[in-house]
Ligand binder design. Sequence first.
Ligand code: IPM
Ligand code: MG
Length: 361
Amino acid sequence: MTKSFRVTLLPGDGIGPEIMTVAVAVLKQVGEQHNIQFDFTEALLGGAAIDATGSPLPAETLSTCQASDAVLLASIGGYKWDDLPREKRPETGLLGLRSGLKLFANLRPATILPQLLSASSLKPEIVEGVDIMVVRELTGGIYFGTPKGIFETEDGQRGVSTMVYHSSEIDRIGKVAFETARKRKGQLCSVDKANVLDVSQLWRDRITALSTHYPDVELSHLYVDNAAMQLVRAPKQFDTIVTGNLFGDILSDAAAMLTGSIGMLPSASLGESGPGVFEPVHGSAPDIAGQDKANPLAQVLSAAMMLRYGLDQPKAADQIEQAVLTVLDQGYRTGDIMSEGMKAVGCREMGEALKQALRPK
Ligand code: IPM
Ligand code: MG
């Protein structure tokens, strides 16, 4: 029997449309082989939406996403929109989408592929075998806390952002993290700044309390500055990391780069129910947009995460992940992961190689 899924595509800005084209071609091909039919609807987000409608998250985009089974997002933002007031910036559209769909849990895996060991800026013996899952809280913390803004005062302007976590927000992301760790190596490291911030002390207390329900998971705590240092010093000590929105933003970029290129890493943003959003960790790379230079693999792996975590189609997800390994084994490399002796290709050719790798033998 053919299964059918409604998928909203948000190609966004910069390299977004190019890498999305590759991911959609891959999904269609895998769909045919697994009797999955995708009903794709494209919608506007970020700079593309600002140019067309004046808003970075048009109401129609949010309702289209809400009515779908999953959302595949590429990337948003670019120099062109950087000087707009905050409410009109592409990033505000992305944050609105996350909070509009209540996607409080962001899973960002950083796995070292043996094929790309030499692409890492760290020594191979340090990064070989690294397999980390960063579980980042996504709809709270300093990104959304109030008061916020730039205020005029008698002695100059005052900029304010507020880091807030309610115990219920910590508990729900904590549960996702403990359950994620349980399916992995059973080690969870919670990252905070409890030596300075009260909000972090509450974070630590709640995560510690939760741990009594997960006796099979080994819990540790690190301050965020130490965690950043440990990530580049000895990344193999980490299995699953749970942290708040801002620290997760920073640490997930650092963890991503251990793998050699941020152009390889997908992510999944999930809520209690409803559609998830699947997107690469990298941004819109406006400097190389439209030049067929982008690495589409993070986008393709995000499509695989969509199949696995959003649509419950693990076999199709496995097949895509396998195809990515195959093209790397065959030596295909975009500029960001290029090394000596490999075949330099552009975004489109990488897509062709993937389609070839997906064909039944
Ligand atoms: C990310 C990005 C976003 C974030 C920006 C674009 C708003 O850096 O997804 O990590 O800070 O969450
Ligand atoms: Mg980021």
